[in-house]
Design a protein around this ligand. Structure first.
Ligand code: ADP
Ligand code: MG
Length: 282
């Protein structure tokens, strides 16, 4: 059994009267594909937002390896080795694919503002390395042929792949994917499953939120299930699929539903494009 890379202990987050995440404990182990599922509004994306410092838990601890993530702001995450994609795609629509990926790469740059402004040699070297890494990330996602095209001209499924390329360019140890198959057709979903396996095979641990059960059950090593903010099941895909509480959560109320009892305290961008540098994420 491999070591724990991400560990949540008794994590709670409230939005006013709504307990979006309610005493959740779960771990992600080095090298696995770990899934988090649950009905709409169950608190899945909020877990990602807690891990990535968009929100601070009211209660509980989140550790990445030996390090506490409580209070670590989102812009520090890439440097620690954590990258994510968003449920609502966040790309710069009028920039090229290459530029969109480079934005992810720059968050990891080290030569600092002075180096960038005066174009000192370490900065130039870094620029070359970053361009190379961006090419590699695009190629890994099968998008290098389109590097110069504008993001807005990509079909939807490829926009989702571009988001993953941008996350990969920071060379994370842990990659969080929030509903990467949403809006994809069956062929794109199959290709995505293969891609996620290849990402894992390069040594990157994958933490996946996904609605499509074929995708989840097909690629995950372990699956945790949230319902109304609480973890109701956790185990192997086959175990979770048979769990009576899970079946009830998905089927008992007709599957999809909203749990919004309070107005959002933070305005979240709902548009599909633009706003790539924003933090609060859905
Ligand atoms: P999921 O990703 O499982 O569909 P979310 O984590 O996005 O669910 O949301 C969990 C609950 O928290 C929902 O009821 C949602 O409306 C609520 N919520 C999420 N973000 C906010 C916010 N910023 N302010 C108020 N309520 C929020
Ligand atoms: Mg969500």
């Amino acid at each position: 059994m491999s070591e724990t890379i991400l560990d949540l202990q008794d994590v709670t987050l409230r939005f006013g009267g709504l307990v979006a995440v309610d005493g959740v404990s779960m771990d992600v182990r080095q090298g696995e594909i770990r899934a988090l599922i649950g009905p709409n509004g169950a608190g899945k994306s909020t877990i990602f937002n807690l891990v990535t410092g968009v929100y601070r838990p009211n209660q509980g601890t989140i550790r990445f390896g030996e390090r506490s993530l409580n209070g670590v702001p989102p812009h520090r995450l890439a440097g620690l080795g954590i990258a994510r994609t968003f449920q609502n795609i966040r790309l710069f629509s009028s920039l090229s694919l290459m530029e969109n990926v480079l934005i992810g790469a720059h968050s990891r740059g080290r030569s600092g503002l002075a180096g960038a402004v005066f174009r000192l040699p370490p900065f130039r070297q870094e620029e070359e390395n970053l361009s190379l890494q961006a090419w590699e990330a695009l190629a890994f996602m099968g998008l290098d042929q389109k590097a110069g095209e504008l993001a807005k001209n990509l079909p939807y499924g490829e926009q989702r792949r571009l988001e993953i390329a941008r996350a990969l360019v920071s060379q994370p140890r842990l990659l969080l994917l929030d509903e990467p198959a949403a809006g994809m057709n069956p062929q794109e979903k199959s290709a995505l499953m293969e891609t996620i396996r290849r990402i894992r095979d390069t040594g990157i641990t994958v933490f996946l939120i996904e609605h499509d059960m074929r995708v989840v059950m097909g690629i995950s090593d372990r699956v945790a299930v949230l319902n109304y903010g609480k973890k109701i099941a956790d185990g192997l895909p086959a175990e979770v699929r048979e769990d009576a509480g899970v079946i009830e959560a998905y089927l008992g109320t007709g599957g999809k539903r909203e749990r919004r009892r309070t107005r959002p305290v933070v305005a979240l961008p709902q548009v599909a494009l633009e706003g790539g540098a924003g933090h609060a994420g859905n």
